[in-house]
Design a protein around this ligand. Structure first.
Ligand SMILES: C[S@@+](CC[C@H](N)C(=O)[O-])C[C@H]1O[C@@H](n2cnc3c(N)ncnc32)[C@H](O)[C@@H]1O
Length: 211
């Protein structure tokens, strides 16, 4: 291992969707940083030190900087590390030369495999943490798109933002807790956006159909 910082995409959730390379690097790590779930699921009971990420990103990064020396550091991130992920910030902080990024299966890739549909014509947007996206504009400009949600920025939020669906017939799917025992992928009508249960991990797939 030449690089000192490894950013590993752990996939959407289930333990068997991480890559063999990711698993090998985790085994050889001295320090592993990630959410409690990712550390429990992917770092197991190895001998590496761990830092749990829970709204303490800045402090965790400073701790890594202080401890790193010649240690092999691993950051575990969900899905793919360069798709709406901490991966980018870690590379920005430690520099491209020091980082190696190991890809992972993204939430939306997994969802499309379950639907057995190609995602090649879809655009992807995230309202996770809001980011001030103009959702009405996304609807106006795209016939096929994916939105990453969070418990606050959910279907109710989308309905509040756009008010009503104008111009077209849509098909909506919500995919939650993908690859986990509680996985659910279901079609939903715009009218039912108000009654949809709020799962913390969800994406929405939107397709405008021919009239
Ligand atoms: C910070 S983003 C990380 C995205 C991740 N890097 C990826 O490639 O999927 C977190 C958002 O991804 C989506 N997500 C991640 N894992 C998911 C899962 N297992 N099921 C459904 N959505 C998921 C949710 O929209 C969640 O709020």
């Amino acid at each position: 291992m030449d690089k000192k910082i490894f950013i590993i995409g752990c996939g959407p959730g289930t333990k068997d969707l991480i890559t063999l390379r990711g698993k090998k690097v985790i085994k050889e790590a001295d320090l592993i940083v990630g959410s409690r779930r990712l550390i429990a699921d992917f770092a197991g009971k190895g001998g590496a030190k761990t830092i749990v990420l829970e709204n303490n990103y800045q402090k965790a990064i400073e701790d890594v900087d202080r401890l790193k020396g010649d240690k092999r550091i691993v950051f575990l991130v969900s899905g793919d590390p360069l798709f709406h992920s901490l991966g980018e910030r870690i590379i920005e902080r430690f520099g491209m030369e020091s980082c190696e990024v190991i890809p992972g299966v993204s939430s939306f890739q997994y969802a499309f495999c379950q639907l057995k549909e190609s995602w090649k014509d879809y655009r992807v947007f995230s309202i996770h943490g809001d980011k001030g996206m103009d959702i009405g504009k996304i609807f106006k400009e795209n016939d096929k798109f994916i939105l990453l949600l969070d418990p606050e920025h959910n279907l109710k939020f989308i309905k509040r933002q756009i008010g009503a669906i104008i111009g077209g017939k849509y098909r909506f799917y919500v995919a939650s807790n993908l690859s986990m025992p509680t996985e659910k992928i279901s079609g939903i009508s715009f009218a039912d956006f108000d009654n949809s249960p709020e799962e913390s991990l969800s994406i929405m797939i939107v397709r405008r159909e021919d009239e």
